[in-house]
Design a protein around this ligand. Structure first.
Ligand code: SF4
Length: 77
């Protein structure tokens, strides 16, 4: 099942933990220096949300659990 992922970007402290743990899904924005979903997985061109294949669930989960401000969320679609 695909995984819906979203980031409450307003609260991002730009420490890059998610990118280190799951660079397949997350990257840092050159616009505002905050985490965003990579273009390939974005929904409606929104940098804060995406849908990823389920083989990336563990990757997303580890990023979500390690984000120091707990702003990465995911659920099975
Ligand atoms: S781990 Fe959390 S706070 Fe750190 S860059 Fe990623 S989304 Fe932002």
């Amino acid at each position: 099942m695909p995984i819906k992922v979203w980031i409450d970007r307003d609260e991002c402290i730009s420490d890059m933990v998610c990118v280190s743990l799951c660079g397949e899904v997350f990257e840092m924005s050159e616009e505002d220096g905050k985490s965003q979903i990579i273009a390939q997985f974005r929904v409606n061109d929104d940098v804060s949300q995406g849908v990823v294949p389920d083989d990336l669930k563990d990757c997303v989960e580890s990023a979500a659990e390690s984000c120091p401000v707990s702003i990465i969320h995911f659920e099975e679609q």
